[in-house]
Design a protein around this ligand. Structure first.
Ligand code: PGA
Length: 257
């Protein structure tokens, strides 16, 4: 499988921090730490999915990372209350978005809504991180075909030219927010299933180029192992990205800095 040049390290702030001051403090602190190692890392080496309301301020402050949202609307401009469309996120300074996080799915997001979100987001040139992951595993491996089906359905409205702005994050729901991550072996077999689903849509050559991330109880201790042994190109990190020290430790370990 093609190895990528730089790992893609994405933090998911969820509903933290409590206010804009704290968010700005975080960004200043992480940029400062990043600067001290910047000769070993690219100018911009991390992604942060932040509460939407912080995007415009945080994206102005953030020197060494990209700022994005945790969700996006799949309906185009018009009369829909309570949603934000891709062009609005882009104009606020977002460069990427998560779609289909399990916590968004749990609020009732349907497969149909997800496929519209992914298509509109990619069409609008937002880097789009589609999250997929099983609730539990069964011995017969049915979860693998369900995950493949989820990938195919979520991407069913995407035109072939737009696949180059797509990232898929494998996030087993049972590993999110707990204390047991997937093993690198468990991760690896799902990465293969995800690429199989992608290949069925756009062919193997394209499928190989799509970056795949792992998320679910990533810590500084296990982060690198997913990249080295789990077959992924990067990580989607919840709790450990909400603390400057642990997030920076993960970034450094993935860059060998
Ligand atoms: P966690 O969350 O790293 O705290 O398990 C991951 C996520 O929800 O993306």
């Amino acid at each position: 499988m093609t190895k990528r040049t730089s790992p893609i390290i994405v933090g998911n702030w969820k509903t933290t921090p409590a206010n804009l001051n704290q968010a700005i403090k975080f960004i200043k602190a992480i940029d400062k730490k990043y600067s001290s190692k910047k000769n070993k890392m690219p100018k911009k080496g991390f992604y942060l999915a932040v509460p939407e309301i912080f995007i415009s301020e945080i994206s102005k402050e953030c020197v060494h990372g990209y700022v994005g949202s945790q969700n996006v609307s799949g309906v185009s401009i018009g009369q829909t209350t309570g949603t934000t469309i891709p062009s609005q996120l882009l104009s606020a300074g977002a460069t990427f978005t998560l779609i289909g996080h399990s916590e968004v799915r749990a609020q009732g997001e349907t497969a149909d809504q997800r496929s519209h979100k992914v298509a509109l987001s990619l069409q609008s040139k937002l880097l789009t991180i589609l999250c997929v992951g099983e609730h539990k595993r069964d011995k017969e491996g049915k979860y693998l075909s369900e995950l493949e089906e989820d990938v195919r359905k979520s991407l069913s409205l995407v035109s072939r030219n737009n696949f180059n702005n797509l990232i898929i994050a494998y996030e087993p729901v049972w590993a999110i927010g707990g204390d047991t991550p997937a093993t690198t072996h468990e991760c690896f077999e799902v990465v293969i299933a995800i690429r199989r689903a992608l290949a069925s849509l756009v062919g193997i050559d394209y499928a190989k180029k799509v970056h795949v991330l792992y998320g679910g109880t990533v810590t500084k201790e296990n982060a690198l192992s997913f990249i080295q042994e789990g077959g992924v190109d990067g990580l989607l990190i919840g709790r450990a990205s909400q603390d400057v020290v642990s997030f920076m430790e993960i970034i450094s370990s993935c860059y060998g800095a």
